[in-house]
Design a protein around this ligand. Structure first.
Ligand code: MG
Length: 276
């Protein structure tokens, strides 16, 4: 709404018309209808202003409140399964199995639940192999729930395994892949699942993902712990767990990785059956 009336102005008018009223210089209203939930009025003058987060100076950079997981220089935020992923020219690259000796995922030292995540990746160029063996990696939230990384450019594979997929469940809405050798961006919001005390699922995990600025998953419910050739299901776990970058025996590179742990208020709340 363009028109903005300040409570202070209204208070001054009220003073003129009806006599003294309490001084009020906060923008907003106290005579508007209550919103669902019964805590705040529409345009409530007393509703707390959002806290300030200073965004990065350049698009894609880490905002002031982010946990930087990789800034181009240090692997300190991570522990590899076997050997360190080498850093060159500000980028991490998955080492060959000949060097690592076996599956060599990168696991964050810090645990996370609900997060916003940004990372950039680059598929190997020139590409080798095909389908799931070409540029395969992945972001495994809570070491369980994979958003797929793959070379999605002219690389036919099954739809629920291409880049942007919730692996084994939901293909991306579109294929927004760049060519191998080009840096690509992922911006993801992950909402962890909720479990009851008896371990039963109360609310599934949800994921929203933009690949290269293009929406590929929109608040998509996840089916459970990612698994190959089977139907995923949930097993109860802690509220926080590491983020894992997958080694799938392909030299995918990464840079500019940061997350923002999200407060409870960030979790989407559905309206009740009566719309409130
Ligand atoms: Mg993968």
């Amino acid at each position: 709404m363009k028109r903005c009336v300040r409570t202070g102005v209204i208070a001054a008018m009220a003073l003129t018309m009806t006599g003294p009223v309490a001084a009020q210089d906060k923008p907003g209203f106290k005579d508007t209808p209550m919103l669902p939930g019964g805590q705040w009025r529409v345009h409530d003058a007393d509703r707390p202003a959002p806290i300030v987060v200073t965004p990065a100076a350049t698009p894609g950079g880490a905002p002031a409140d982010a946990v930087v997981l990789f800034d181009g220089r240090s692997l300190d935020a991570w522990k590899p399964d076997r050997i360190a992923w080498p850093i060159a020219n500000g980028a991490l690259t998955i080492p060959s199995r000949a060097k690592s000796g076996g599956e060599n995922n990168l696991v964050s030292k810090q645990s996370f639940g609900d997060v916003q995540m940004h990372l950039e990746f680059r598929s190997p160029n020139p590409p080798t192999k095909s389908s799931q063996d070409r540029g395969n990696s992945g972001i495994w939230f809570m070491q369980r729930y994979e958003v797929q990384i793959l070379d999605g450019s002219q690389n036919p594979t099954y739809a629920d395994g291409t880049v942007g997929a919730v692996y084994g469940w939901k293909p991306p809405l579109v294929n927004a892949a760049r060519k191998p050798g080009e840096w690509q961006t992922y911006d993801i919001v992950f909402e962890r699942p909720r479990f009851a005390a008896d371990g039963s699922l109360v609310r599934p995990a949800y994921v929203t993902a933009l690949l290269n600025g293009v929406l590929v998953q929109n608040h998509q419910a996840m089916l459970g712990t990612t698994i190959w050739r089977k139907v995923a299901s949930y097993t109860a776990h802690a509220d926080a767990a590491p983020i894992q970058l997958q080694d799938h025996d392909s030299p995918v590179s990464f840079r500019n990785i940061w997350v923002r742990p999200l407060p409870a208020a960030a979790i989407a709340q559905d309206l009740g059956k009566d719309g409130k």
